[in-house]
Design a protein around this ligand. Structure first.
Ligand code: CAA
Length: 240
C-alpha cells in the first residue's frame, strides 16, 4: 500500500537514495531540503519527486512544512529523519556554535518532526518513523563530540518514542550507517579517510542505496513488530 512519506535531507546523499527507493516501493515522497536549491531542482527534474524547503532545526518551520505536505499530498504516515550536518573538530577547537548547530539539526530535528507527525499517526493508528543515526553515535569518533552526541541521542530518542508509539501501531526505529560514499564522507581529509576505510572489514565505503534498502524494510506494512531497533549497516566496522 502506497503511503505519504517525508524524507528530511531527502535530495542529496543517503536521503536522496531513500527518497528514490521509497518512491520505487510505491510511496509518495516529499523530500525536504534546506540549503541547496540547485541540487533540489536537479533532483526533482531527474526523479519527479516533490521537494519542500525548510530548516528542520526550526520547530515552527517543521509544523508549517508538515501541514503543507499533508495539504498537498495527504496524511503523512512515514517520516524518515535523515537530515544531518557535520562540524568536525577536536573539543579544544570546537566552537559553541558548532556544538549547537549539530545538536539542533541532527537531534532537535527528530523531536521537531515527530511532534508534527505523531498526533496524526496516533489518530490513524499507523505510523513509521525511521531515524538515521550513525556508527559514530554508537562508537564515538575523534573530532566529533557534537555529532557523536547528537547521533547517540537519536538512538535513545528512538527507543523512548518506540515505547510510546507501539500501542498506536506506530513503529520507531533507527539505522546506524557506517561510512557511506557521500559528499559528507568525501569531506573527511583523505589521509584520515584512508585509515578509516582500512578498518572496514568489507574493505569499502557503503553505498547510499544500501541504507535505503533498510528504510524500505522498516517502513513496510508487515514490519509492524519491529520497533525500537537499531539496524547497523556498516560493512562490519562496528558490531553493536
Ligand atoms: N585517535 C587518536 N588520535 C588521533 C585520531 C584518532 N582517531 N585522529 C587524529 N589523532 C591525532 C593525530 O594523530 C594528531 O596527533 P599529533 O598532533 O600527535 O600528530 C592529532 O590528533 C591532531 O589530528 P589532526 O591533525 O587530524 O587534527 P586536526 O585538528 O587537523 O583535525 C579533525 C581534527 C577535524 C577531527 C580531523 O582529524 C578529522 O576530520 N577527522 C575525521 C573525523 C570523522 O571521521 N568525521 C566523520 C565525518 S562523516 C560522518 O560523520 C558520517 C557518519 O555518520 C559516519
Amino acid at each position: 500500500m502506497g503511503r505519504v512519506a517525508v524524507v528530511t535531507g531527502g535530495t542529496r546523499g543517503i536521503g536522496r537514495a531513500i527518497s528514490v527507493a521509497l518512491t520505487e516501493a510505491g510511496h509518495t515522497v516529499a523530500a525536504v531540503y534546506h540549503g541547496n536549491d540547485a541540487a533540489a531542482a536537479a533532483f526533482t527534474a531527474e526523479t519527479g519527486i516533490a521537494t519542500y524547503k525548510w530548516d528542520v532545526a526550526d520547530y515552527e518551520a517543521c509544523q508549517a512544512g508538515m501541514a503543507k505536505v499533508a495539504a498537498d499530498l495527504g496524511p503523512v504516515d512515514i517520516v524518515v529523519n535523515n537530515a544531518g550536518i557535520t562540524r568536525d573538530g577536536t573539543l579544544m577547537k570546537m566552537s559553541h556554535d558548532d556544538w549547537d548547530r549539530v545538536i539542533a539539526t541532527n537531534l532537535g530535528s527528530c523531536f521537531n518532526m515527530a511532534k508534527a507527525a505523531f498526533p496524526g499517526m496516533v489518530e490513524r493508528k499507523f505510523g513509521r518513523i525511521v531515524n538515521i543515526g550513525s556508527i559514530n553515535g554508537q562508537a564515538g569518533q575523534y573530532g566529533q563530540v557534537n555529532y557523536a552526541a547528537a547521533k547517540s541521542g537519536i538512538h535513545g530518542f528512538t527507543k523512548a518514542l518506540a515505547q510510546e508509539g507501539a500501542r498506536h501501531g506506530i513503529t520507531v526505529n533507527a539505522i546506524a550507517p557506517g561510512y557511506i560514499d557521500t559528499d559528507m564522507v568525501a569531506a573527511v581529509p583523505p589521509p584520515v579517510l584512508e585509515k578509516i576505510i582500512a578498518k572496514i572489514p568489507a574493505g569499502r565505503l557503503g553505498k547510499a542505496e544500501e541504507i535505503a534498502r533498510g528504510v524500505v524494510f522498516l517502513v513496510a506494512e508487515d514490519a509492524g513488530f519491529v520497533t525500537g531497533a537499531t539496524m547497523s549497516i556498516n560493512g562490519g566496522q562496528h558490531m553493536y
